[in-house]
Design a protein around this ligand. Structure first.
Ligand code: SF4
Length: 497
């Protein structure tokens, strides 16, 4: 944006905290993780291991969870809305028999949060049974769906993932190993998939590799998972990542691999490294913690601050704040404490958020902050409403000066590849300069990591997607491709009929 710089300084405490149109306070002032997927072949307790894997991937989706198991013939499945521990409480795992399983945690990036959209999706089609777990977002799901509906297909969900199942069912190829690449050849966008087909576990990643997918081994069993933290929890060894465009087939003959999709320039989602993935995971070939430390160190070099302590906005900013502290020599302190049990509440969650806002999730440690000049490191600013509330909280706890540092560049563009970003108009950096954002937050200084700085911290930067920072989208997208695009398409289909 013209005139926008990635840092701004000035006295914040006395500034008028207005001067720009503040976005309305919304409950979700974070980019939302997309989904977590897990698959295992060859374990007696496949359902329990999948449960553990989903548990470790809970950060990737908290709206629904599901597991499908198979003994090679019959499918058993259970899905529900809520956290993994809620969906599989009591005896829910007991009927899930078989040595093969796939599982899915969902945060809806397309389709609303309904049980019918919970995954894995399971279908019976002319070649047998098929189950699918999808992480990512198809940018051409709406036209694909409309085309199939015109030709008689009936959809059960409003999820873009069902489009993939229909395409597989309609493929000319008779064997699923051929039908999957045939189906995906017309799909654009982001997809890491686990599929259960008969007695085969299949994993495939889109040709650009937007979302991660890794392969591990536990004894004789093989595992596919979104992140390596899901291998760690079940005591599995990390073998390698699935390559962009690669399909792996796991069955009684072992693991087979083939390049199933025509190659395209790689676009690893850089936000997996900045925020989405867990710091104890290895993603896109590198430790996420290591990358975040680099981001923090570079941030300290680009935007030093004269301050007494560095604090993070926990937990996703911890590694970057430690990197800032290491490079600056300013001690790291725990000035904000996060309530890890916020999740879903049965006491009117919307009202709870309205009444208590950011206090529900964070609390400030007065003993640490009182009278201090504080550097606050956060991984990103989306609408700005949470950051502004946190600043108020820190002031109330006695912080004398607040220097806000962000370990990524300003987010000015929405994501169409499986991350739920607000409409572009609601992204504060899409229409305001850093100086304006600083005034809005009411801080003494504000510094964002530069694009050059971000690129310097990731390995193979040319292979990454930076579209939410620079608008350089690798795949064309329909204007209306947001979270509810499939609902609108379904409603149009009904009104036409
Ligand atoms: S637009 Fe941003 S969040 Fe979306 S895939 Fe690209 S880097 Fe990731």
């Amino acid at each position: 944006m013209e005139g926008r710089r990635d840092v701004s300084h000035g006295r914040g405490a006395g500034l008028r905290r207005g001067g720009l149109t503040a976005p309305a306070l919304r409950s979700g002032d974070r980019l939302r993780e997309e989904c977590g997927i897990f698959g295992i072949w060859g374990a007696e307790n496949a359902a329990r291991l999948t449960y553990a894997g989903l548990y470790s991937l809970q950060h990737r989706g908290q709206e629904s969870a599901g597991i499908v198991t198979s003994d090679g013939a019959e499918f058993h499945y259970h899905r529900g809305l809520g956290l993994v521990s809620d969906v599989f409480s009591g005896t829910a795992l007991e009927p899930l028999m078989g040595h093969i399983a796939i599982g899915h945690n969902r945060y809806s990036t397309t389709g609303s949060s309904l049980l019918q959209n919970a995954q894995p999706l399971v279908v019976n089609y002319h070649h047998g049974k098929l189950a699918l777990g999808h992480n990512g977002n198809l940018v051409n799901a709406v036209p694909l769906r409309q085309d199939m509906e015109r030709r008689g297909s009936i959809f059960q969900t409003t999820s873009d993932s069902e489009v993939i199942l229909h395409l597989i069912a309609r493929a000319k190829a008779r064997d699923v190993e051929e039908a999957i690449p045939e189906a995906l050849s017309v799909c654009q966008g982001a997809y890491s998939l686990v599929l259960l087909a008969g007695d085969r576990l299949i994993g495939i990643r889109d040709p650009r590799g937007f979302r991660p997918l890794c392969l591990g081994r536990r004894g004789d069993a093989h595992i596919l998972a979104s992140e390596t933290c899901a291998l760690d929890i079940v005591g599995a060894e990390f073998l390698r990542e699935i390559e962009p465009g690669e399909m792996v087939i796991i069955d009684g003959k072992g693991v087979r691999s083939r390049r199933a999709l025509a190659p395209l320039p790689t676009r690893f989602c850089v936000f997996e490294l900045i925020y989405f993935s867990r710091p104890d995971s290895v993603v896109f070939g590198t430790s996420v913690d290591l990358i975040r430390r680099r981001l923090g160190r570079r941030l300290a070099e680009e935007h030093p601050a004269d301050a007494d302590i560095v604090i993070s906005v926990p937990d996703s900013s911890n590694s970057a704040a430690l990197g800032f502290s290491e490079a600056s020599g300013i001690p790291f302190e725990l000035g904000l404490i996060r309530n890890h049990y916020v999740g879903r509440t049965f006491i009117a969650p919307v009202q709870m958020k309205r009444d208590f806002g950011v206090n529900l999730k964070f609390n400030a440690v007065r003993r640490i902050l009182n009278g201090q000049r504080v550097v606050v490191v956060d991984d990103s600013i989306v609408r700005g409403t949470t950051s502004r509330s946190l600043v108020t909280m820190l002031r109330d706890a006695g912080a004398r000066e607040i220097h806000f540092r962000v370990s990524s560049p300003p987010i000015g563009w929405s994501c169409y590849y499986g991350i739920d970003t607000p409409n572009r108009r609601e992204l504060i950096a899409s229409s305001h300069t850093v100086a304006e954002i600083q005034r809005y937050l009411g801080v003494e200084s504000l510094g964002y990591l530069s694009m050059e700085g971000l690129r310097s911290c990731v390995d193979r930067p040319d292979d990454h997607c930076f579209a939410c920072f620079n608008g350089d989208y690798a795949e064309r997208y329909g204007e209306e491709m947001d979270k509810l695009a499939m609902e609108r398409a379904a409603a149009r289909a009904v009104s036409r009929s």
